[in-house]
Design a protein around this ligand. Structure first.
Ligand code: M6P
Ligand code: ZN
Length: 188
């Protein structure tokens, strides 16, 4: 292998995986995702160690410090909880003015976006698709395919993650597999 760039990280261009000593790894299994899926009973019946997604990130500064950029790859397994696809927790940025880019590497996904008026939409993700997450917009990604979905993210170091708003209010719609087709269904 040739020499690594200065930050000591390379990106696998097929999968988006980050390789290098300064990459931080986060794993989310079924037990970590309480209250995220519509059918909590189905989630509880799953193997608690069932892998749902992993995040590999390069965070060159403490979260919250302004002026830096963070970089991370998320890898979501294929699968469903009831009729809902495996997906990330989803968040608003703690600083609502902060934006983000996602670039899809592999698989088939959906970027679910909800603005502060609780209007929810989604953008299909496929290898090479680039997505911009505007200010004031909650975002979550679902794997709607049958193989691993991976995407790169780049976001400002002072964006922060607000999970509490999603935990309290959820998204206004859920992406469900209806007759095998990913369909946004409004929450009652
Ligand atoms: C992307 C970025 C990260 C985020 C990750 C998983 O890589 O947006 O900031 O942490 O996806 O999403 P979540 O934190 O909502 O589970
Ligand atoms: Zn974000």
């Amino acid at each position: 292998m040739g020499s690594l760039p200065k930050i000591g990280i390379t990106v696998n261009l097929n999968t988006g995986e980050l390789l290098g000593g300064r990459v931080q790894h986060t794993v989310r299994t079924a037990k970590d995702l309480q209250g995220i899926f519509r059918d909590e009973a189905v989630r509880l019946a799953m193997d608690p160690a069932q892998l749902i997604y992993r995040v590999q990130s390069f965070l060159p500064a403490p979260e919250g410090q302004p002026g830096e950029l963070f970089w991370g790859t998320t890898l979501i397994e294929p699968g469903v909880v009831g009729d809902e696809y495996f997906m990330t927790k989803g968040h608003f940025h703690a600083d609502r003015s902060r934006t983000e880019y996602y670039l899809t590497f592999a698989g088939k996904g959906a970027l679910i976006l909800m603005d502060e008026d609780r209007k929810t939409r989604f953008e299909p993700m496929k290898p090479g698709s680039l997505h911009y997450i505007p200010p004031n917009t909650a975002h979550r990604v679902a794997n709607v395919g049958e193989s691993l979905l991976s995407f790169l993210a780049c976001w400002p170091s002072d964006a922060g993650h607000d999970y509490a708003t999603i935990a309290a209010e959820g998204f206004s719609a859920r992406l469900r597999s209806i007759h095998g087709i990913p369909t946004l269904v409004e929450e009652p």
